[in-house]
Design a protein around this ligand. Structure first.
Ligand SMILES: Nc1ncnc2c1ncn2[C@@H]1O[C@H](COP(=O)(O)OP(=O)(O)OP(=O)(O)O)[C@@H](O)[C@H]1O
Ligand SMILES: [Mg+2]
Length: 259
């Protein structure tokens, strides 16, 4: 690629980013008004019209998510490290963010984290990475439930496990599901941007997760067996294990496990 082409691509990238912002503003208004409309139709017991409004709302949220993911993917990731006093509390709150979606599908999220484990990383970026992994796990198990039901079988495991432990000086955080598992040809491309097998997926969730973990100097590994399930393992370097003095203080963040 010559210099002129590179410059043109850069300019297009900037234009796309500002266009994305311009689109997201009116989209936010549409989401607000559509949810008000849906609420009013519910109060008036207009079930059919409310369903239509909810479909529009769903579409608006999908468009917003696609734009948000593209913006996030294009941005350089610079972690802002902060001590996480109690990893168990921090991970418990992340599980809570996905629990409603899991419960909708009759699934539960189980936490397996020892007490007193502290960490140091960008809590907002790692939260985003884990929400992506947990959301994928919920999708995989709910798809398995549908497949099993078609064959008249009961779902073998409706529990998704979020766990953490120290291993040889590294911090390991795992998301384990008993979902459909990942076929080998998909597994090879799983972290590629825009690779999705879902009708409403952007295919950016794992690409962003991967970038977040690499920006922390860590790695993400996948073990998956079709028909058994998958484990996504985040391995963070020793610098991610907090060894400073704990101070719960009066900072409201500390109550959430973040100092
Ligand atoms: N836990 C899992 N079990 C089975 N397949 C998975 C799992 N996690 C990811 N995949 C596969 O990897 C693909 C890419 O995942 P990724 O999170 O990047 O995108 P997506 O989930 O399809 O879309 P989005 O994250 O935007 O909703 C998925 O479409 C799915 O095929
Ligand atoms: Mg995803």
């Amino acid at each position: 690629m010559n210099k002129e082409q590179t410059e043109r691509l850069l300019a297009m990238g900037q234009m796309a980013a500002s266009m994305a912002h311009e689109i997201r503003n009116p989209l936010g208004g549409m989401e607000l008004f559509c949810s008000l409309l849906s609420k009013e139709l519910k109060e008036k017991d207009e079930k059919r019209l409310q369903d239509l409004a909810d479909q529009i709302l769903k579409g608006i949220r999908t468009v917003d998510r696609v734009i948000q993911n593209c913006l996030q993917f294009a941005r350089e990731i610079v972690p802002r490290r902060a001590p996480v006093a109690e990893l168990k509390i921090y991970l418990g709150e992340i599980a809570e963010l996905v629990r409603a979606r899991a419960n909708d599908f009759g699934l539960s999220i189980c936490l397996d984290v020892p007490d007193g484990l502290s960490a140091e990383f960008d809590p907002y970026l790692v939260e985003q990475a884990l929400v992506n992994l947990l959301t994928n796990a919920v999708d995989a198990v709910s798809e398995r439930r549908k497949a099993d039901a078609r064959e008249g079988k009961e779902l073998a495991c409706n529990i998704i496990t979020l766990s953490a432990h120290q291993d040889c000086g590294t911090l390991v955080i795992e998301v384990k599901d008993g979902g459909l598992g990942i076929p080998d040809d998909v597994k090879a491309r799983i972290f590629d941007p825009f690779m999705t097998t879902k009708t409403t997926g952007t295919g950016l969730g794992l690409a962003i997760t991967h970038s977040i973990i690499r920006a922390h100097g860590g790695d993400i590994l996948v073990e998956s067996v079709q028909g058994v399930g998958s484990i996504f393992k985040i391995v963070l370097p020793q610098s991610s294990i907090f060894s400073g003095v704990k101070d719960s203080g009066s900072d409201p963040q500390s109550e959430k496990g973040v100092l």
